[in-house]
Design a protein around this ligand. Sequence first.
Ligand SMILES: *Cc1c(COP(=O)(O)O)cnc(C)c1O
Length: 231
Amino acid sequence: MIRENLEAVEKNIQEACQRAGRDRKDVTLIAVSKTKPLSDLMKAYEAGARAFGENKVQELVEKMPQMPDDVHWHMIGHLQKNKVKYIVGKVDLIHSVDNTGLLEEINKRAEKAGVKQDILIEVNIADEDTKYGVRADEAEEFYVNAMSFPYVNVRGLMCIAPNAENPELNRQYFVKLKKIYVDIMNRIGHNSRVDVMSMGMTGDYQVAIEEGATMVRVGTGIFGARNYNSE
Ligand SMILES: *Cc1c(COP(=O)(O)O)cnc(C)c1O
């Protein structure tokens, strides 16, 4: 099923790009493989997936060495400072940076590893108590501050929209993230290294693409429902 699911997602992405007059190449699909066994990741890999997203450091570091070298890894979940050292320099992108302590730790570990770590600023776009992320009205200041860390490359913004039965209900939040992004671009000067808007999941990635997402994070739509009972 994974191959068929991936093909269906790919078709949906292409159609959303077409509707929005966007180039398919400007949207990266991240296969969110959290809780799923390596055999499932390999099926997705064989069907063409090259970017994988995980939300737990331990699971990420376990899976990474077991997958082919050309896989790009994305840390999409809440990150604790004490786990930063395990992933800096190993993941392409950390999507979930939302506090200065975390920035300092990433900067320190990246310097030590001799790398510049790409990150995104996570914005709590619908101001939900249950979600991480900086407040929408603080995102720009936080972003500009994050740019002062020499071993950190701030590449853009990420958000997790609310759980919604109807994806149209989330369009407003994608529009809102895009506006914050454009405001930041206007402030810092357009810069080709700042090019990422990570937004949209299984329930709403087509709408997110219509509103400018450059990365969509799709789990269930590729791998099927997750079973958390074993955790
Ligand atoms: C789990 C997760 C996803 C994927 O969710 P689906 O609804 O299964 O597509 C995307 N982003 C983040 C941050 C996640 O934790």
